[in-house]
Design a protein around this ligand. Structure first.
Ligand SMILES: CCC/C=C/C(=O)SCCNC(=O)CCNC(=O)[C@H](O)C(C)(C)COP(=O)([O-])OP(=O)([O-])OC[C@H]1O[C@@H](n2cnc3c(N)ncnc32)[C@H](O)[C@@H]1OP(=O)([O-])[O-]
Length: 719
């Protein structure tokens, strides 16, 4: 796990060998201890270089080991021996030096980085802090403000920025290991005392308290209820106010609190869930690592509305030529200007030049005859989409792949009107498509493994987190959203206000409560879907009992809001009022309160006091309950896939792990009991009836989320 070689007759070269990222597993720590001891005790050795195999220095502690008891030598005493030694030790950083990897480098006396290397202390993103001395050593090296920013955000920096900040001593375009060996030889005669970070005093800004206070407030505002960044601030304060030996003790105390917290477990679960989600499998046995995706050299986007524009930008900025199509001249021109503007702003932000030349705009589908892939993003209307696909079948070459950006319509029905149903798939982007990281890849029953592989790989190329899901109304994300938002409107009827519900959800950690999110997305979209599905509008049978539709409870308040022309932020009025159309600052609106009161009076509903706990339980347990049904139906392959969809597409707080992980943390038994309780109180709300899978898991002793799959395996799969 650590290889030892003698190079240039007197330099011990220690190579960490734990692919793929040379994580500091217990075996690697053993390896470092043994090889360092050998280097320090061998009189032939005058200097040491530490590097990582396969061009990657070290990705930090082995996160997989966090779930079990600590084995192998603890990191800090091991690293202390490196720093205390009398032979210069140089870290040769290629690829990454992250977390414990960078901390290892900070115990070395010198650091040389390859120009493409990335460095950082991302522990905070895993719910912990850099507890191998990182919170005490980085501030001593680069000062409090810069260290605080890096440690509390977990941001990676480039080698060039690391040089500017003073984290590394030299950046090279050559082999970092060879450069480090030469550097080590030159360092042999030089004194090491000033290179031992533990012996330095932290340079302290005069306004330390004000700075720490400002950062704390910023964190509390941005990451409500998240513990790790606040603990990082406390640890950095210790670096500024305590001697190193005490600071290290404080760091370790803070780590102990974080390490066993539910937040750390949730965030570490998210890390692996994100990586698991890319590993799709189809019922045919085809899977992510054995099907070769097609290379996409050109693409087309049909429809330049909000979604189409974002998709065109996402494609062009990764170098794919795009033909964008609109149906009339005016829409085409507006779309063209918007796409170019977005592309330019995006390029400016990333410090690159905008790739205008990759974009072509046209009114005619016949221009798409040679493209490799088409993404349809026209209005959410089945008849319109079908006509587009029929037309595409006529003009495109037989090998062109067809994708639809529908957010919930039947992908297989669209495939059925084409001459190539096996080459049709859903690519459900989230708005704004060039910003949001989630992509649901919707596999129809006839989608070939090749098109699944291609859509997943294209998503990755565009920087998306892609999740393969099955085909059903609303797929995974929007299907689950319905019971969640239904509960919110039922709670309105029963006595809550939009702002109370939103606050409870935001305090839980959501970026936005359900009503503020609906105002942002536009209320008219859901209204149109409800009209089309016969839930509201003139087609509803007047003999229907009020507040019941299609045999279940129905709350018409959202329809009443839309009937007043209140479509959310874009009209300046929705569940809230805004200072102007397009405004973003939401204020409670007395008119909404009146509307709800009038509604309650009309139906004789006596409002009751609703607690935040009830809001959270009803909204989130209904959400997870639908997730269990989705797993039963085989629409998602794993609970991790559902969680990733909610983390990246719906603002679910990462430190809660996603709806399915959250349910497992609350305890499946408790979730079941509460759902039973609420379903008893609301028997006409089927979404509150506990799903058979939830009951089955409870009956099996509530296994951890990673084991649920074993209980789902026998069920059929639409993936
Ligand atoms: C106790 C003292 C305090 C110290 C704390 C720490 O250091 S905390 C740690 C602080 N460090 C971090 O937070 C860094 C976490 N890592 C990363 O950010 C990225 O992996 C990367 C940038 C290193 C490489 O990106 P990339 O897109 O090239 O590759 P990829 O992301 O797809 O990963 C490939 C495979 O490696 C796996 N794996 C990766 N890292 C670790 C790990 N540390 N451990 C275990 N496994 C790890 C990953 O699961 C995947 O496995 P799979 O699915 O193939 O079975």
């Amino acid at each position: 796990m650590a290889r030892y070689e003698l190079v240039k007759r007197s330099v011990a070269l220690i190579t960490l060998t734990n692919p793929p990222v040379n994580a500091l597993s217990s075996a690697v720590r053993h390896g470092i201890a043994k090889t360092m001891e050998r280097a320090l005790s061998d009189p032939k050795v005058t200097a040491v270089v530490i590097c990582g195999e396969n061009g990657r220095f070290c990705g930090g502690a082995d996160i997989r080991e966090f779930a079990g008891p600590l084995r192998g030598p603890p990191l800090v005493p091991l690293l202390d021996s490196i720093e205390a030694g009398e032979k210069p030790v140089v870290a040769a950083i290629e690829g990454v030096a992250l977390g414990g990897g960078l901390e290892l480098a900070l115990f070395c006396h010198y650091r040389i980085a390859h120009f493409k290397a990335r460095l950082g202390l991302p522990e905070v993103t895993l719910g912990i802090l850099p507890a191998a001395g990182g919170t005490q050593r980085l501030p001593r090296l680069i000062g409090i403000p810069a260290a605080l920013e890096l440690i509390t955000t977990g941001r990676h920096v480039s080698a060039q920025e690391a040089l500017k900040l003073g984290i590394v001593d030299q950046v090279t375009e050559q082999n970092a290991c060879e450069v480090a060996v030469e550097f080590a030889l030159r360092a042999v005669a030089k004194p090491l005392s000033s290179r031992r970070l533990s012996s330095l005093t932290t340079p302290c800004p005069p306004n330390l308290d004000a700075l720490l206070e400002a950062v704390t407030m910023q964190i509390q505002k941005k990451a409500r209820g998240v513990m790790a960044p606040l603990a990082c601030v406390q640890a950095v304060r210790a670096a500024a106010t305590m001697p190193y030996s005490q600071g290290i003790k404080r760091e370790s105390e803070l780590m102990a609190t974080l390490f066993n917290s539910g937040q750390a477990r949730a965030l570490q679960y998210c890390f692996f869930a994100e990586r698991t989600a890319g590993k799709w499998t189809l019922p045919s046995g085809a899977q992510w690592n054995d099907i070769k995706p097609r290379e996409i050299r050109s693409a087309a986007v049909i429809g330049l509305g909000t979604m189409g524009r974002g998709i065109a930008v996402s494609l062009a900025r990764v170098g794919i030529p795009v033909i964008a199509v609109e149906s009339d001249k005016k829409l085409l021109e507006t779309g063209r200007q918007m796409v170019i503007g977005m592309l330019e702003r995006d390029a400016k932000r990333r410090g690159v030049s905008a790739s205008h030349n990759l974009l072509k705009f046209t009114l005619g589908l016949q221009d798409l005859k040679d493209v490799d892939l088409v993404i349809e993003a026209v209005f959410e209307d089945m008849a319109l989409k079908k006509s587009v696909f029929r037309e595409l079948s006529k003009v495109c070459r037989p090998a062109t792949l067809f994708c639809t950006n529908t957010s919930g319509l039947d992908v297989d029905a669209l495939a059925g009107v084409t001459d190539r149903p096996q080459l049709v798939i859903g690519m459900h982007f989230f708005s704004p498509a060039h910003v949001m990281k989630l992509l649901e890849v919707v596999c129809g029953p006839r989608s070939s493994s090749e098109i699944v592989a291609t859509a997943m790989s294209l998503g990755k190329r565009m920087g998306k987190v892609s999740v393969a899901v099955g085909n059903c109304p609303g797929f995974v994300g929007n299907r689950m959203l319905k019971p969640y938002s239904d509960q919110a409107t039922f709670l309105l009827e029963e006595g809550a206000t939009p702002e109370q519900i939103d606050k409870a959800l935001e305090d839980f950690g959501f970026a936005m409560g359900v009503f503020r999110m609906s105002d942002l997305a536009g209320l008219d979209v859901g209204w149109r879907v409800r009209k089309e599905s016969g839930l509201t509008g003139p087609d509803v049978d007047p003999k229907n009992p009020p507040r019941r539709r299609q045999g279940r409870k129905y709350c018409p308040i959202p329809d009443m809001v839309c009937e007043q022309g209140r479509f959310g932020q874009k009209t300046g009025r929705g569940w809230y009022m805004y200072d102007k159309p397009g405004g973003t600052k939401a204020k409670p609106d007395p008119l909404i309160q009146n509307l709800i009161e009038m509604y309650r009076n009309r139906y004789g509903i006596q409002p009751r006091n609703i607690t935040d706990q009830e809001i959270i339980e009803r909204c989130l347990f209904a959400l997870a309950n639908e997730g269990f049904r989705i797993l039963e139906d085989g629409i998602a392959a794993r609970p991790e896939d559902i969680d990733v969809i909610y983390l990246f597409g719906y603002g679910f707080p990462r430190h809660r792990g996603g709806p399915m992980f959250y349910a497992s943390m609350v305890g499946l038994q408790r979730v079941l009991e509460r759902l039973e309780h609420y379903h008893q109180a609301h028997p006409d709300v089927p979404h509150l009836e506990p799903s058979p899978l939830l009951k089955k898991l409870v009956a099996c002793g509530s296994p951890p989320v990673q084991k649920w799959r074993e209980h789902i395996k026998t069920m059929h799969s639409h993936l």
